[in-house]
Ligand binder design. Structure first.
Ligand SMILES: Nc1ncnc2c1ncn2[C@@H]1O[C@H](COP(=O)(O)OP(=O)(O)O)[C@@H](O)[C@H]1O
Ligand SMILES: [Mg+2]
Length: 234
């Protein structure tokens, strides 16, 4: 049987040392296959970011298992997991996480530089993906000179630059105008999705729903349902 891109079983996350602790993610099962774009929608505070962080190797679950391409990621050493993430996973943080002292192009190039790719080649590829997100003319500026929407696009370019198998985006269009957001997600769907890739997007943005194969809903820490299960079925 073909291996799944992502398979999380029974994951839980609590925050806080003393009672009452926050049970942010409750016994969530989540699967995503190669060749599909899966959205997760739901109200603010329902656990979407926490769930994404656990399936992408950023935040360790209190219980449950997460397999990426068949490998149980939370059994790896910290170094092995960091290396696995670097090569397999592109992640767009809801709050961007750009490096203030680097230029826009350098921020985008980071994953390639960490993969020990040639510096000039990495910057050339960074400029290519800045073009994709419409920021070619911002390559030399530091993030502080960019608007929120521009910083969000830099974060998207950085997540896709190494063309990882798994791309995970946390509200990637929240700061973008409708047309810009649609153009970027449409580019991702048409040019980056393949039968060897899997894309997970948390969003509130109904303007981009048409680019999803499946839409799942989270509420109060639980996966509560399927909003849509087939491409472009309304
Ligand atoms: N680092 C943290 N420390 C304490 N509580 C947190 C932390 N991160 C998230 N939470 C809490 O967990 C719940 C889910 O948050 P989150 O996953 O960010 O939801 P969403 O992304 O759906 O808005 C919220 O009640 C939030 O306040
Ligand atoms: Mg969130």
């Amino acid at each position: 049987m073909a291996v799944r891109a992502i398979e999380a079983v029974g994951i839980n996350k609590w925050f806080g040392e003393s009672e009452p602790r926050t049970h942010a993610v409750k016994d969530v099962n989540f699967e995503a296959n190669f060749g599909e774009i899966v959205y997760v929608v739901g109200p603010s505070g329902s656990g979407k970011t926490t769930m994404l962080s656990m399936i992408s190797g950023i935040l360790r679950p209190n219980s449950g298992t997460v397999k990426i391409e068949g490998t149980e990621i939370w059994n790896m050493s910290a170094d092995a997991l960091a290396d696995f993430r670097l090569h397999k996973i592109g992640f767009v943080f809801q709050d961007y996480h750009l490096f203030p002292r680097l230029t826009t192009a350098e921020n985008v190039a980071i994953p390639l530089v960490l993969q020990r790719r040639d510096w000039d080649e990495s910057l050339a590829e960074a400029r290519r993906d800045l073009e994709v997100v419409g920021l070619r003319d911002r390559a030399q500026l530091p993030p502080v000179k960019l608007s929120g929407g521009e910083q969000q696009r830099v974060a998207i370019a950085r997540a896709i630059i190494s063309r990882p198998d798994i791309m995970i985006f946390d509200e990637p269009t929240a700061s973008l105008d409708g047309e810009t957001g649609r153009n970027i997600v449409q580019f991702v769907r048409e040019h980056l999705l393949s039968d060897k890739r899997c894309i997970v997007i948390v969003t509130h943005d109904s303007r981009i729903y048409e680019f999803a194969d499946r839409i799942l809903r989270m509420e109060d820490g639980r996966m509560t349902g399927v909003e849509r299960s087939q491409l472009n079925a309304q």
